[in-house]
Ligand binder design. Structure first.
Ligand SMILES: [Zn+2]
Length: 68
């Protein structure tokens, strides 16, 4: 299980990136929302989409959930 976070600030394309706790690109504490602990990024993205309709996995830490 890893802790996952979503960036409160959208990317230029409107996506809110989902990161796990190990990511070097994890946003500052003030700019991220804790989603919970999950075994996969897919579950974290589902939860992120409850807050932000456009959410996508980070290219670096969650490449299997990165689509755009
Ligand atoms: Zn990341």
């Amino acid at each position: 299980m890893r802790k996952y976070y979503v960036n409160k600030n959208a990317q230029p394309n409107g996506d809110h990136e989902v990161h796990n706790e190990t990511c070097p690109r994890l946003p500052e504490v003030i700019n991220r929302l804790h989603l919970g602990e999950f075994t996969s990024c897919a579950s974290a993205v589902i939860v992120a989409k409850k807050s932000y309709s456009k959410a996508d996995g980070c290219y670096y830490c969650s490449p299997t959930c990165h689509h755009s």
